[in-house]
Structures are given as C-alpha cells and as structure tokens.
Design a protein around this ligand. Structure first.
Ligand code: 13P
Ligand code: SF4
Length: 350
C-alpha cells in the first residue's frame, strides 16, 4: 500500500468502497457515511505528513482505515518488519495492543500510538509474565516459544516469538528438542500435528488456557455445509482454528498468506475461515472472485476508528501511547530478534 496524500472527496471514497458486500454491517458504505469519513481521512493524512508518522494497519481493521489512511497493511510478521525498517518518527498502529507493543520493542526510539478503544485480544489476555515465570520453574529444560499475540511482559520471559506465517518453521529449526508453546492451545495442537508430519522428534508442551475467540468458533460441520451449498468452494483457514478445521481445509496460512493464496488460485469461490475483514479486503482487491459464509468479527480489531486515529495523532491520552519499562524492552528484544533470525533463515532454506 502507498501513502494516500492527495485529499479524497466523499464521492471518490464511496466509489472505492461501495462494492464491499461481505463483512460486518460496519463494513457497508453509503454516500452519507462517506461524507462523514472523507474529512477525517483528509485530516489524518495531513497530520501524517506534518508529524512524519506512518499508519500500520492489520487486514482485519475497517475498510475506511485500510483504503483511506493506512501506509502499510499486512499480517503481524509483515507489520513488525515495517516497524523495524521504516524511519518515521511516529507509528500509529491500527490493530491490537500487543502488535503496537511489539513495534515499540523493535523501535524503542519511535513514538507508538494505539487508536483502539478495546485494548485486548483473547490470546494475549490469556497469559501473564508471572504465569510464564511459574511455568519455567516447572519445565526448566524447555525452550519457551510464544505466539506474537502476547504482551511484552510475556515476550520478555520467552526464548523466541513466532507468528502464524512462520510458527512451524521456527519451532522446527529452533535448537532445542523440548519446546513449551504458548498461549494458543489450538495453534499448539496444529504445531504438534505439523511437526509430526515433518518427521520431527521434538517434545512439545502446550499452554492450555488460550484460544482466539473468533477462530475457535469454526467447526468441520460448517465446512461440510458450505461445501454442499457451494460445490467447488475452496476452504482457506488460519492456524488459530482447530486441527479438525485444518484437516478439512484446502489451504492454511497467515492472513497475508491466505490473501496471496486467493489471488494466485485458479478457483473462483472461497470460504475464508478467519475474521471477515479479510473477505471484505479481498472483495475489493479481487472483485472477480466470490466469498461465501458469514461474518465473524474481532471486536478488538474493529474497535479502531478514524475518529480515534485522528484523536491519538492530535492529542493522545497517556493510555494511547505505548510505554514500556526499559528492562522489559531489553528482555523482550532478544525474543523478537530470534524470531526475525529464524524466520529469515527458514525463507532462505525454502
Ligand atoms: P496474522 O499474523 O496471520 O495476521 O494473525 C494475527 C491475528 O491476530 C489473527 O487472529
Ligand atoms: Fe486476537 Fe483473535 Fe482478534 Fe486475532 S482475531 S486479534 S487472535 S482476538
């Protein structure tokens, strides 16, 4: 995505977004809604230039953010890389708080702002640094691997961090035969199954108390029903879904890998087992393809709004600014550095 700096009119915004037909109600656009949004978009884009700020947005946030003000849109690994590489003074992270914290750990000298009211994620909220310290006493020989959907306190206790785009490769490559994976129980079960398929002998312990409240909802019966209703449909899933769902899927990957798969596929109809922002995004980017199934919305991601982006850029409250203790930044940096190291190693080996 490129920076949107020329002012946009309400008509142009409506023309850009009117074709979204899948997704939640908040992703449906009318000329009146675009009249309200266009001035906000123009004010945000003007402030970005004034403050040397960039907006990083996850694919699950609302379309007016993705298509109106975002400089980069991607999955959690790509957004972390952008936070590392870009030389902006301020990063506005339109996603969830753990992603903004990760940006702060990677680039401590930058100001990192979070414009979402519901600062949560059912996975990141399921484990604390204190929980991990207790587990490390129980499993002293295990390497601790955390999903990126964790707070900085948790990352500070772990050896390496993974995202949905590299979880299998990093765990396979990490030089320890005993792994403790946290906090996503379903992703952990998928790791065990995938590493078994790859012939790995690693012993993997899984944290039991975390799931994504969006992805855990899907089940194989829903997939079978959709297949009956839409013969020839391709089922595309995220690794936060259960292993039963993955077994019934045609493709599994991170949000960006799912997008790339759909774009490259010869098939025409898709059932996307992930937050419905991905289907809305794809409907605009590949209008010739069809997306079926209902919307499952992440309330945390969808709590990002244009009004809050403008507000945090203009006059942030203390809770809108990511602030981490230097000791936590230092301790969590090695966990994230290890992720970049093993992820890039895996890419070279691929
Ligand atoms: P991705 O890294 O695949 O974008 O996943 C992030 C996430 O929170 C999915 O629920
Ligand atoms: Fe967290 Fe699930 Fe929302 Fe992703 S979709 S941010 S894992 S609650």
């Amino acid at each position: 995505m490129t920076k949107t700096t020329t002012p946009i009119t309400a008509d142009a915004l409506y023309a850009r977004l009117k074709d979204i037909r899948v997704g939640s109600n908040i992703c449906l656009f009318t000329p009146e809604k675009c009249e309200e949004m266009a001035p906000l978009i123009n004010s945000i884009n003007a402030l970005k230039a004034e403050k040397n700020a960039i907006i990083l947005a996850h694919s699950y946030v609302s379309p007016e953010i993705i298509h109106g003000v975002a400089d980069y849109v991607g999955d959690s690994y790509e957004l972390s890389k952008k936070a590392k590489e870009d030389d902006a003074d301020t990063i506005v992270f339109s996603a969830v708080k753990f992603m903004a914290e990760t940006a702060k750990i990677i680039s401590p000298s930058k100001e990192v702002l979070v414009p979402n009211k519901l600062n949560g994620c059912s996975l990141a909220d399921s484990v604390t640094g204190e929980n991990v310290r207790a587990l490390k006493l129980q499993f002293p020989d295990h390497a601790f691997v955390c999903y990126i959907n964790t707070t900085a306190d948790v990352k500070a206790e772990c050896d390496v961090c993974v995202t949905s785009s590299n979880v299998y490769d990093i765990i396979e490559a990490f030089p320890n035969d005993k792994i403790y994976f946290l906090p996503d129980r379903l992703m952990g079960e998928n790791v065990v199954a995938e590493l078994h398929r790859r012939g790995s002998q690693k012993q993997i312990e899984i944290y039991k108390n975390g799931t994504c409240y969006v992805h855990e909802e899907y089940d194989p019966e829903m997939i079978e029903f959709i297949r009956l209703e839409h013969p020839g449909v391709a089922v595309v899933s995220h690794p936060e879904c259960s292993s039963k769902v993955l077994d019934h899927s045609d493709f599994v990957g991170s949000t960006s890998q799912m997008i790339n798969h759909v774009k490259e596929s010869d098939l025409s109809t898709f059932y996307m087992l992930t937050e419905c922002g991905l289907s809305s995004r794809l409907q605009l980017e590949v209008p010739e393809k069809t997306f079926v199934g209902s919307c499952t919305m992440c309330k945390y991601m969808k709590s990002n709004t244009l009004a809050d982006i403008l507000r945090v850029m203009d006059s942030p409250d203390p809770e809108d600014i990511i602030s981490l203790a230097p000791a936590i930044i230092k301790a969590s940096q090695s966990c994230i550095d290890a992720m970049f190291h093993y992820a890039e190693l895996a890419k070279k080996g691929a």
